[in-house]
Design a protein around this ligand. Structure first.
Ligand SMILES: Cc1cc2nc3c(=O)[nH]c(=O)nc-3n(C[C@H](O)[C@H](O)[C@H](O)COP(=O)(O)O)c2cc1C
Length: 189
């Protein structure tokens, strides 16, 4: 795809075909992510490709939080909602977590976070280019120290920047309305 077409057609994709995404399919996305700009070449990112065991452990956190947001804990509705959310999470063809180092120096930490966000965007654009669909999620569980520990990450030294759902898009995803770019341009004297 042409660069402009990739940028203009990238969408957050929520519905996926029932088709696996292999680690091999993911490698070009990883390469693109790793080429993101990063100050001081810190390459502050880590990409965690979830196997079934980790996915299933995280599904429980995900589903619990979803159900807890809507229903009183231990109510019938809570369990129905939780089991639907569990099934939805497990049905996502591939899930990737993107973590970032947290430097002791606040400026470096901010720049590293920004660089990791650039890496995620590269990854999303590369996914579009490969015919894959992706969605960047910042589900509250990404801020839960227990989740980081479950992933083998030290919550003092690392933070989770994105959970990326990946798969082959099902159907066409509509374009969310946006204000025209000119609204955000200021021409200074
Ligand atoms: C930092 C970040 C966090 C996001 N977190 C979520 C999320 O938790 N849940 C979600 O449904 N979408 C999330 N999104 C996706 C946005 O909702 C989406 O980009 C926006 O609706 C515009 O749609 P588009 O990506 O198709 O252009 C996130 C996007 C970014 C950049």
């Amino acid at each position: 795809m042409e660069f402009n077409q990739v940028v203009m057609t990238r969408r957050s994709v929520f519905k996926f075909e029932d088709k696996q995404v292999s680690l091999q399919d993911f490698l070009p996305l990883l390469t693109a992510a790793n080429m993101a700009p990063n100050h001081g070449l810190t390459q502050p990112w880590q990409f965690l490709w979830l196997g079934e065991q980790t996915k299933s452990a995280l599904a429980d956190y995900y589903a619990h939080a979803r159900a807890f947001k809507k229903y009183p804990i231990d109510s019938d509705e809570f369990y129905v909602s939780k089991s639907k959310a569990l099934a939805r999470f497990m049905a996502v063809p591939a899930i990737l977590l993107v973590a970032c180092c947290v430097d002791n120096n606040a400026i470096v930490a901010e720049e590293d976070y920004a660089a990791t966000c650039c890496a995620v965007q590269n990854l999303l654009l590369a996914a579009t280019d490969q015919g894959l669909g992706a969605q960047w999620s910042t589900h509250p569980m990404l801020r839960d120290a227990a989740v980081l520990r479950l992933l083998g990450l030290d919550p003092i030294k690392m933070r989770l920047v994105a959970m990326v759902y990946l798969g082959y898009p099902f159907g066409v995803t509509s374009v969310p309305p946006r204000k025209a770019a000119e609204n955000f341009l200021q021409l200074l004297p």
